[in-house]
Design a protein around this ligand. Structure first.
Ligand SMILES: C[S@@+](CC[C@H](N)C(=O)[O-])C[C@H]1O[C@@H](n2cnc3c(N)ncnc32)[C@H](O)[C@@H]1O
Length: 236
């Protein structure tokens, strides 16, 4: 009579499976996200689920695949997951990004960036797309091209044809002003009321926060509902 109901037990079991998956992808060197950032992703997606917002889960900026694997696990089987990335050398910042961003990119370009858990930095991996596909399978989430898709190429080339028709939740983790603004503008017409967009770089480099301000000025349906440790936009 003092025990939890079946629903509570199932929810706790699912939460602890996700805790273990986050620990596993971090130990595997597949992500730069700390637990606080994963906690924002989980919380925002839980809000979307609780409000029964229809649509898929998208990530713009997959890199080695860590946050994408966790998002795909949280999405499946009720929602489909699509991860977008160049899967190659990190594109440079543009004129709207501050000097800090250009300095960071110079470190990457000159081969001085270090990977995690003994791995090479993901930007220097020859077949990053193949490695990420293998990492998904290793963590129990095969990339099947429908329920879980990885889309390779510049966002400007791939998003027009490959974004799902309806996106309930998106994680934007692509560092600089231009891609953040492009992805926000691409997602906006596809996101129903109640949708959420998490912006990993809101407090990093400067370009992302500037892009968010430009986007909010042109689309009043969206509001910033959280600003630390990452940004969260809600579609009203
Ligand atoms: C910081 S990493 C993503 C980190 C990842 N979410 C994690 O779990 O650690 C940013 C990624 O965005 C990709 N990216 C940035 N701009 C892009 C663009 N315009 N088109 C495609 N990919 C882009 C980079 O190649 C890089 O792999």
């Amino acid at each position: 009579m003092f025990g939890f109901g079946l629903g509570d037990r199932v929810a706790r079991l699912f939460r602890s499976r996700i805790d273990r998956l986050i620990a596993a992808v971090r130990a595997d060197g597949l992500t730069y996200l700390g637990e606080d950032r994963f906690s924002v992703l989980r919380g925002a997606l839980a809000e979307v689920d609780a409000a029964r917002v229809k649509g898929d889960v998208v990530e713009a900026g997959v890199a080695a695949g860590g946050s994408a694997i966790v998002l795909a696990r949280l999405a499946r089987p009720r929602r489909r997951f699509a991860g977008f990335d160049l899967f190659g050398m990190i594109p440079p910042p543009g004129e709207m990004d501050p000097s800090e961003a250009h300095q960071r990119h110079a470190v990457i370009r000159e081969g001085r960036s270090e990977g995690l858990a003994g791995r090479p930095y993901y930007g220097y991996v020859n077949d990053l797309f193949g490695e990420v596909t293998t990492a998904f399978a290793r963590h129990g989430l095969p990339v099947d091209g429908s329920g879980i898709r990885l889309v390779r190429g510049l966002f400007s080339d791939t998003m027009p044809g490959e974004l799902p028709a309806t996106v309930a939740f998106a994680h934007i983790d692509c560092d600089w002003y231009d891609p953040v603004l492009l992805v926000l503008r691409s997602l906006a017409p596809r996101m129903p009321a109640g949708g959420r967009i998490v912006l990993d770089d809101f407090n990093d480099f400067g370009g992302c926060a500037k892009a968010v301000a430009a986007f909010l000025a042109e689309d009043p349906r969206f509001a910033l509902v959280r600003s630390t440790p990452t940004g969260v936009l809600a579609r009203g």
